[in-house]
Design a binder for this molecule. Structure first.
Ligand SMILES: [Zn+2]
Length: 273
């Protein structure tokens, strides 16, 4: 599943190829993905120019030269490919946008949990997709005071707490496991049992793990957009993620795997308390 760093990389790649481009055509090959495509979609976007491309949580915002924003989400398996137009339509291509420089953006999604919609930028805060989202992890709004306040009433384990989008967005399973390991905090520890020092360390490490992932994705931007669009999970040397039964890099204990809220958690039972 694409995580925040991958989506950030996609946004940077799209910006490079599409800023200033004007939509000339849209070809929808089915009526919907997770939700229906917008009504009169082509009327809303044809002849509009792309002014900016940004990200909120794992949503891609394509800002047009009016107050409208095209919103895309890659879901479980979505891919965005930008290439010269008139390419062969492939299996699972669902929406093809053509631009005035004869490039096209193809939204391909085998499992169709992705989403494409359009909204007014002035209403985004109240939009059903965004109104209950927590802060971006890489902003100053995600700080010790904020998180301590959010966690003080939560007796659930810390790992699902930091993966909860209402608390903070974009901390996916990989990054939750890795940041808890680096912070020496057990994923099983009750969220309201972390002290402020632990919360501060955890926040610092969440930011660092995400920044490192974005940095390692940066080098693959041009490949991503101009080649075949594989979303390439960054080949990190993870400490614990997917390392069940490997030796911990710090203490040589075996890495454990448990299930929390339906997701695999990897951690070192010795280092993480
Ligand atoms: Zn260890």
């Amino acid at each position: 599943m694409p995580e925040l760093p991958e989506v950030e990389t996609v946004c940077k790649g799209l910006s490079k190829s599409l800023l200033g481009r004007k939509f000339t055509n849209i070809n929808l090959l089915r009526p919907n993905l997770r939700i229906p495509f917008p009504e009169n979609f082509s009327t809303k976007i044809i002849n509009r120019t792309i002014k900016d491309i940004t990200r909120r949580a794992k949503y891609i915002f394509i800002h047009l030269d009016n107050s409208q924003v095209i919103i895309m989400h890659l879901g479980m398996s979505g891919k965005i490919i930008v290439h010269p137009s008139k390419q062969q339509i492939l299996k699972h291509d669902h929406a093809i946008f053509t631009f005035d420089d004869n490039q096209e953006l193809v939204f391909n999604d085998a499992r169709r949990f992705g989403l494409i919609t359009i909204a007014d930028i002035n209403n985004l805060d109240q939009h059903p997709l965004f109104k209950s989202l927590g802060p971006e992890p890489l902003t100053e709004n995600f700080n010790t005071k904020y998180l301590a306040d959010k966690l003080k009433t939560k007796s659930i384990p810390i790992k699902p707490a930091i993966m909860n989008n209402n608390i903070v967005v974009g901390v996916g399973n990989i990054y939750a496991c890795e940041s808890l390991f680096i912070s020496n905090i057990s994923p099983l520890k009750a969220a309201n049992n972390l002290n402020n020092v632990e919360i501060k360390i955890l926040i610092t490490n969440i930011k660092q793990v995400l920044l490192d992932a974005i940095k390692s994705g940066g080098s693959s931007i041009s490949d991503y957009v101009n080649a075949q669009g594989e979303l390439g999970y960054f080949q990190h040397n993870f400490n614990v993620y997917n390392k069940y039964n490997h030796s911990c890099k710090i203490c040589t204990s075996k890495i454990a795997r448990i299930t929390q809220c339906g997701r695999s958690t990897f951690y070192c039972p010795t280092c993480q308390k």
